[in-house]
Design a protein around this ligand. Structure first.
Ligand code: IPE
Ligand code: IPE
Ligand code: MG
Length: 247
């Protein structure tokens, strides 16, 4: 495998719903948090995979707006795990040129965690090899609502006319607007749903679902996703003949 090789049929931005940690643990008669810990290892492998393949951006769904409804003990174990994983991983990520950022309603998190996220973001801000965005307390509907709030405030300040709001003028207010739109969405763990992940940003994304539980995901699985992606014809509303003529 060559480092940083880019072929045109390769996605620029991969977004992953990392699902199946709980079932992975239950199959081993262990508590669900055991699965979340194993999931962190799979995150490390996925980041390394994307970096080596020259993917520009990887966005990982780590905690949804809806996940607060889980048992309190699981929620606090997840918070603890985020904190410890951040402490442990940031040095290596930084050394490898990874830019790390967090998207979601971050104000809901404990102060220590927020500070840690902010510190990791600032420290890695100038890195250029791969942008890893971790979606925490994130929901696609929340994202559209917060963008709407921001654009309404801009309109009230007279910076934008309400009549001139279009998808293109709203887009910069949404999370991840600094990145190319995700072109490959992967969901592990067998469910075929988006679960309120990037609703706006996935508008023209290629969707790929696998049964493999997240802790079992390795380079071979991700390679399978890239191979599948390479076979897709992206038409964006045009006909197949038009797409063939343009390429
Ligand atoms: C995904 O795995 C991780 C988070 C949502 C934090 P799950 O915890 O949803 O695992 P399953 O779906 O119960 O197996
Ligand atoms: C989606 O997984 C959220 C994350 C992976 C963080 P869930 O396991 O929470 O999704 P549902 O509830 O099965 O749709
Ligand atoms: Mg799940």
């Amino acid at each position: 495998m060559t480092t940083n090789s880019v072929v045109s049929s390769q996605p620029r931005h991969i977004a992953i719903v990392m699902d199946g940690n709980g079932r992975w643990a239950q199959q081993r008669h262990r508590p669900r948090t055991f699965g979340h810990r194993a999931g962190v290892k799979a995150v490390r492998a996925a980041v390394e995979f994307c970096r080596r393949r020259g993917i520009e951006a990887l966005t990982l769904f780590a905690f949804s707006s809806e996940n607060w409804q889980r048992p309190q003990i699981e929620v606090s174990a997840l918070m603890d795990l985020f904190l410890r994983a951040l402490e442990r991983e940031v040095d290596d990520l930084h050394k490898n040129g990874v830019r790390l950022q967090f998207v979601g309603a971050l104000q809901a998190f404990p102060e220590t965690l927020r500070q840690r996220m902010q510190a990791a973001t600032s420290r890695t801000a100038a890195n250029t090899s791969l942008t890893v965005s971790v979606a925490v307390n994130y929901g696609g509907r929340w994202d559209i609502a917060q963008a709407t709030q921001a654009i309404v405030l801009a309109a009230m300040r007279g910076e934008i006319q309400a009549e001139s709001i279009t998808p293109e003028t709203l887009a910069p207010y949404l999370c991840l607007s600094d990145l190319p739109a995700p072109d490959l969405f992967i969901r592990t763990g067998g469910e075929r749903r988006i679960s309120n992940f990037l609703l706006w940003q996935l508008a023209y994304c290629e969707l790929y679902f696998i049964d493999t539980l997240w802790p079992d995901v390795d380079a071979a699985c991700l390679d399978g996703a890239l191979q599948d992606f390479a076979q897709r014809e992206r038409r964006y509303g045009k006909t197949s003949a038009q797409v063939a003529r343009a390429s």
